[in-house]
Design a protein around this ligand. Structure first.
Ligand SMILES: Cc1cc2nc3c(=O)[nH]c(=O)nc-3n(C[C@H](O)[C@H](O)[C@H](O)COP(=O)(O)OP(=O)(O)OC[C@H]3O[C@@H](n4cnc5c(N)ncnc54)[C@H](O)[C@@H]3O)c2cc1C
Length: 245
């Protein structure tokens, strides 16, 4: 579905297209552009951002605010890239993206696990000291069970991340493990942070508690680096084809 195109013109490639949700576009010195070739394959190109043919139209107003440079809309208008600035080989863009994606996804998983842990710690501290209806908040079963569920989600997410990191350390591609870990981590972190908001009551949805910001920043993680449904769809295809069991 890649719509940005690269067409060969002598010793150059001419790139045209628009990309949105480009994280860190503002302030970036260079950009890696993935473009569709005439034969339907994809190639990565390197370019300085300070080229008049690259236009940062706007920054998108998004739920999160944790990424330096925000999320930009970029236009490439007849951008001429010398063949020497092709990253790797022509037509290998998707393969290179796969190599990058597994460890890159894992860094997101680790970061959001840490943020979920912080939200849980904040909620736990509150549940320990807040008195409600004659006892500590956490002693009410409804709240205690949420804390226990948080602890289990944190534990299982950490194990999934460790296992995927171990698979990558063995020199494997880790595609299956990183897919499963990404879905596990993004959905578990969401549950943990949502419960933490609930335990904190009113302050949980205000800037008085860091949890409100984590909640906003985390939501997009179930979409970028592959929405949960796309990972499930991909895993299901591999299961049906007998590539994994
Ligand atoms: C905060 C943020 C930062 C981003 N940063 C970057 C960036 O730096 N660079 C970059 O290139 N991109 C970036 N993206 C884009 C991101 O990769 C895409 O948004 C993501 O891959 C989903 O694609 P889409 O938005 O086109 O949704 P669509 O493809 O339109 O999908 C919409 C929804 O349909 C469902 N869906 C789609 N396909 C399937 C399927 N096969 N089976 C079942 N359900 C399906 C999913 O629920 C999905 O969420 C970013 C996105 C966000 C939200």
């Amino acid at each position: 579905m890649l719509q940005t195109t690269a067409v060969r013109d002598g010793d150059h490639y001419v790139i045209n297209g628009t990309k949105w949700l480009i994280t860190g576009a503002e302030g970036a010195s260079f950009v890696i552009i993935m473009a569709m070739m005439e034969d339907g394959s994809a190639t990565m190109f390197l370019s300085d951002m300070a080229r008049p043919e690259i236009r940062l139209e706007r920054l998108m107003d998004s739920l999160d605010s944790c990424f330096t440079g925000g999320h930009g809309v970029l236009h490439f208008e007849n951008l001429r890239i010398p063949a020497a600035d092709v990253l790797g080989e022509i037509g290998k863009g998707f393969r290179y993206a796969q190599v990058r994606l597994a460890p890159a996804r894992l860094t997101h998983c680790m970061r959001w696990l840490g943020a979920a842990r912080r939200a849980h710690d904040t909620a736990l501290a509150y549940a320990r000291q807040r008195q409600a209806f004659g006892k500590r908040l956490g002693e009410h079963e409804g709240v205690g069970f949420m804390l226990a569920d948080n602890a289990m989600d944190l534990h299982n997410t950490r194990l999934a991340i460790w296992h995927c990191a171990w698979v990558l350390d063995q020199g494997h591609s880790g595609n299956r493990e990183s897919s499963m870990t990404k879905v596990t981590a993004s959905e578990a972190a969401w549950r943990i942070v949502d419960r933490s908001v609930q335990i904190l009551g009113g302050r949980g949805v205000t800037g008085e508690a860091i949890v409100e910001r984590i909640f906003r920043d985390l939501r997009a993680f179930r979409i970028y680096d592959g929405p949960s449904e796309v990972h499930r769809w991909s895993l299901a295809s591999k299961l049906l084809d007998g590539k994994i069991s």
